[in-house]
Design a protein around this ligand. Structure first.
Ligand code: IMP
Ligand code: MG
Length: 181
């Protein structure tokens, strides 16, 4: 299942090898930037789970991981999100990298950054595997960026369509019929 292109998909946009190569580069950069620091990689469930798992293992050095979850309010409420699962560990004085699968409108990262800032980390940066800048509403800083992509709905490597396809090892575009339905 996770290696075959599902029927709803149109084409593979980023293959497993290119994703893993870029993740390794990002991990090496983060390891260098936070050597000897109390590093925490925090992601937003569920989409960031796969990227976090690979990225954390590409960072050579001690680090801790943690998770939070947010859910969007109903459409028409401005795309605002609310937290549904809080962090497990205290991050005061720690160097936090927020790990995100995709930054689209920027509203999620913007909201999560404001939450994290409230816990007084020593530093706070953002690592996004995918940046889709064309739909940005909230300007957010992205310190580590995997790929910059045009506005296409994508599935795989954490990204879902109705909860499915997160387990694909690649990132794929959808057939037009699947986007519309
Ligand atoms: P935001 O618009 O930057 O707040 O992104 C919010 C969330 O939208 C992301 O964390 C993803 O869960 C979801 N999202 C954005 N673009 C895509 C996509 O292409 N496929 C699947 N989910 C997406
Ligand atoms: Mg999602």
């Amino acid at each position: 299942m996770s290696v075959e292109l599902p029927p709803v998909c149109d084409a593979v946009l980023l293959g497993e090898a290119s994703i893993q190569l870029r993740v390794a580069e990002l991990g090496a950069q983060i390891a260098e930037d936070f050597a000897d620091k109390d590093l925490r990689l925090i992601t937003v469930l569920k989409g960031g789970l796969f990227f976090l798992a690979d990225l954390s293992r590409a960072v050579d050095g001690p680090l801790a991981i943690d998770f939070l979850a947010v859910s969007p309010y109903a459409p028409g409420q401005g795309g605002v999100v609310r937290m549904t699962k809080d962090l497990s560990d205290d991050i005061e004085g720690a160097h936090v990298v927020l790990v995100e699968d995709v930054v689209d409108t920027g509203l999620t990262v913007n909201y999560v950054l404001s939450l994290l800032k409230g816990h007084s980390p020593a530093s706070l940066s953002v690592c996004a595997l995918l940046d889709k800048p064309s739909r940005r509403i909230a300007e957010v800083p992205i310190h580590y960026r995997g790929f910059t992509l045009p506005d296409r709905f994508l599935v795989g490597y954490g990204l879902d369509l109705g909860g499915r396809y997160r387990n694909l090892r690649f990132i794929a575009t959808l057939r037009d019929e699947a986007v519309l339905s």
